[in-house]
Design a protein. Sequence first.
Length: 93
Amino acid sequence: MPEVPTIAEAGVKGYETTIWLGIMAPTGTPKPVIDRLNAEITKVVNRADVKRIWGEQGAQPMTMSVAEFERYLHADIAKWAKVVKISGARADQ
């Protein structure tokens, strides 16, 4: 849709959004289990065939350590909480 301006062209400076997928485990899952899951998932995501297939779909495969994902998740929650607060949106509307 070349006739539709981008967010920046429409005057919204600094706009950034990302669609991401992450895998989480229930609270209390032992750290060795979480670390093993992270290691195995990282192996799969870094496979050449997975990167190729995801790339064909427009996705950019990436991995993070457990700590990096936790920081990313909390930052994303804070970002969108601010957007919701500024917008005045409510779940009951």
